[in-house]
Design a protein around this ligand. Structure first.
Ligand code: ATP
Ligand code: MG
Length: 192
């Protein structure tokens, strides 16, 4: 039994036997998709689950509040992007980076090392056709068959129907009000 299993009083085999892995999709135009995924990982880490988040789009050169907190909680975070498309204005590079980031996700999925994997803004990349949705859906289906206890969370606006179809949980964040409309810019601790 590993130190972690002792601390959290479970055996990995028992945990996996009792767990039905979920595919969760956070979509919609309102705020809260990424923060909800972070909240889930915080809860899961408190139960000793091994969590990892891969962030598409967000710039690998920036450091966000979640990077600092994740480190404290033993949550792995890989921020892989070059920035959002309206900042980069280089579609070929965006596609190349999206594909490389997906390769990292595939590596994490197939490693069997994790209990919860979050692919932040993967949906954005799909809706902008930087990655073919069929490729992602086929990979997720195969992994879920092979590792039925693995929880997978994906976030981003405009989730395609093919992804919604295979998900267990889909939440659409609806914008009722957002401070941005009142001219309040992104603030540290709230947006990054
Ligand atoms: P958060 O990371 O705060 O949970 P999100 O993941 O739901 O937000 P994204 O679509 O990933 O939102 O948006 C990227 C950035 O745009 C975030 O900093 C977010 O706060 C901001 N944002 C989200 N929704 C809106 C909105 N309706 N209007 C303006 N900005 C928004
Ligand atoms: Mg987000």
């Amino acid at each position: 039994m590993s130190t972690k299993e002792k601390k959290y009083k479970w055996r990995r085999e028992d945990y996996q036997e009792q767990t039905r892995g979920l595919l969760m999709v956070h979509t919609g135009n309102g705020k809260g998709k990424t923060t909800c995924a972070l909240g889930l990982m915080m809860r899961a880490a408190g139960r000793g689950l091994k969590c990892c988040m891969v962030q598409f789009m967000k710039s690998r050169n920036d450091r966000y509040g979640e990077h600092e907190s994740a480190e404290l909680l033993g949550i792995e975070v890989h921020t892989m992007g070059d920035g959002f498309t309206w900042d980069t204005k280089n579609p070929d590079q965006d596609i190349k980076t999206a594909r490389e980031t997906w390769e990292l996700c595939v590596g994490k999925l197939r490693s069997r090392d994790y209990d919860m994997l979050v692919f932040d803004e993967l949906v954005y990349v799909l809706s902008y056709k930087m990655l073919p949705v069929e490729v992602v859906v086929e990979e997720l289906k195969a992994i879920r068959k092979d590792q039925p206890a693995l929880h997978i969370v994906v976030t981003g606006r405009d989730a395609p129907p093919e992804l919604i179809e295979i998900a267990d949980l889909v939440t659409e964040m609806t914008e009722i009000k957002h401070p941005f409309t009142a001219g309040i810019r992104a603030q540290q601790g709230i947006e990054f």
